[in-house]
Write a protein that binds this ligand. Structure first.
Ligand code: 4AD
Ligand code: MG
Length: 440
């Protein structure tokens, strides 16, 4: 797409487009990332959100008026600079700006985040400023590219985006992690998943997906959990478990491929080793819960009893056996959600799948085939002690043209953390909501 907001007439350009303007006079509007004084030559390291550019002021005259402005500039001061673009292999990024004029917009107060190492608590407290650092900018640019790749893929496969409500009357993923709020005279909950609503829109539109924030009041403090996280959830009428697995696999391959294609400079800033990412190709290995359990038993490193859900360390032990994401299917139905279809061959097992990321990033995708039989779903709702009343509309879907259908949820932040190789999920979203952490 042509960029209409490159104000060529006004000469205002963005650093990411600098290579098109060599030897031209341009204007860059940004902030002081850093500065360096080498006597007659002074350098301002500029940032404008799209990149970093070395800008240079040179004069034989020690009283040169731009030197005075240079001296006043503090870290993060906002400014508009004018200058000529030079190709210079010594400059970071390969280009440099020879400054001819500077307009200071605001001189920043002493910036709390300096180049020295800060503790995580301090950085989190200053998240609104921390976002400006090169690494954080790179992560957010990759996050946006991942969102675009996910949407492009789903749209390209003919899935229609349908937006579910955030305020709901029912639980989707168990009642222990619900955020309760009041809805006039009723109780309401923040959505844990858009799935149940997507099941309704899938029966209207055939192939749909939802993409938005979801909430879990989980009192767990791990590198993988957020209280508010984004999920992309396809729901596909007439699809069976295998179809959903294939879709999830092709989606992940596409997302990794597109990120490598469009965000290499950012991955380099993060020093991401891309060799493991280059291996993310179809098909992914598939194992059942029972096979996963045998891997754990053989490893001697897991305490998880057979029949229980796999923990974070279990997932890491299993993922270490493979270079690609691994699909685990057929978990015991008793530990999984009420809406999962039991396997015909072995009704103790659910037609479900989790996809575990390589490199220890845990579960990226959770999905299943859904119960499409009214009686069975009713029994499930009762055994899970859920109210048939609030699920009346959901049960209706099994009364009017019910069909087998399947879907899954892809956790956006888990995906971002994995592709960026972050040590903690908190950096994968601009303002992470975590246990006891609501500011800023
Ligand atoms: O496995 P989950 O709980 O599945 C569902 O919510 C289904 N309703 C999805 C569906 O079938 N439509 O969550 C799906 C994914 C997980 O695999 C994980 O990537 C992410 O959502 N996720 C979280 N990400 C960050 N913080 C948390 N607390 C998360 N909980 C789940
Ligand atoms: Mg799950």
């Amino acid at each position: 797409m042509k960029k209409n907001y490159n104000f060529k007439m006004k000469n205002w350009i963005y650093i990411e487009d600098i290579s098109q303007y060599v030897e031209q006079e341009v204007i860059i509007k940004g902030w002081v990332y850093n500065k360096r004084d080498s006597g007659r030559v002074k350098f301002i390291i500029l940032r404008d959100g799209t990149g970093i550019l070395q800008a240079m002021i040179w004069s034989k005259d020690p009283d040169f008026h731009l030197f005075k402005i240079f001296n006043e500039l503090t870290q993060e001061s906002s400014l508009v600079v004018k200058g000529k673009v030079k190709k210079d292999d010594r400059a970071p990024g390969g280009f440099e700006l020879e400054i001819s004029d500077i307009n200071t917009v605001q001189i920043a107060e002493e910036y709390p985040i300096s180049k020295k190492d800060h503790g995580v608590a301090f950085l989190m407290e200053n998240r609104h400023l921390w976002l400006r650092s090169t690494k954080q900018v790179a992560i957010l640019r990759i996050r946006a590219a991942i969102i675009k790749a996910i949407r492009d893929f789903m749209d390209g496969q003919g899935f229609i985006l349908t937006d579910p409500p955030i305020l709901t009357a029912n639980a989707a993923e168990g009642t222990t992690t619900l955020f309760e709020t009041s809805y006039f005279d009723e109780k309401a909950y923040l959505s844990q998943s858009g799935q149940l609503y997507a099941e309704a829109t899938a029966l209207a539109l055939g192939k749909v997906y939802t993409f938005g924030p979801t909430f879990r009041a989980e009192k767990s403090k791990t590198r993988r959990h957020l209280i508010e996280f984004w999920m992309m959830e396809p729901e596909w009428a007439y699809a069976e478990l295998d179809d959903a697995i294939q879709l999830a696999q092709d989606l992940l391959v596409y997302v990794v491929e597109k990120t490598l294609e469009t965000r290499m400079p950012e991955l380099e800033i993060l020093e991401r080793d891309i060799k493991p990412l280059n291996k993310i190709k179809s098909p992914f290995p598939r194992i059942t819960y029972d096979e996963a359990f045998n891997i754990l038993k053989k490893s001697g490193k897991s305490q998880t009893p057979y029949g229980e859900d796999l923990g974070a360390t279990d997932e890491t032990i299993i993922s270490e056996q493979f270079e690609k994401p691994v699909v685990i299917t057929h978990y015991p139905a008793s530990i999984k959600s009420f809406y999962m279809q039991p396997d015909k061959e072995d009704p103790e097992k659910a037609l479900c799948m989790d996809i575990i990321a390589p490199e220890g990033y845990g579960e990226l995708v959770g999905g299943s085939q859904r119960v499409h039989d009214y009686e069975l779903l009713m029994r499930r709702i009762e055994t899970h002690k859920l109210s048939p009343e609030v699920f009346k509309w959901y049960l209706d879907l099994r009364r009017f043209g019910s069909v087998p259908h399947s879907g899954f949820g892809l956790g956006l932040e888990r995906t971002v953390a994995w592709i960026c190789h972050l040590t903690h999920i908190r950096e994968s979203i601009p303002f992470p909501r975590m246990l006891y952490n609501l500011y800023p």
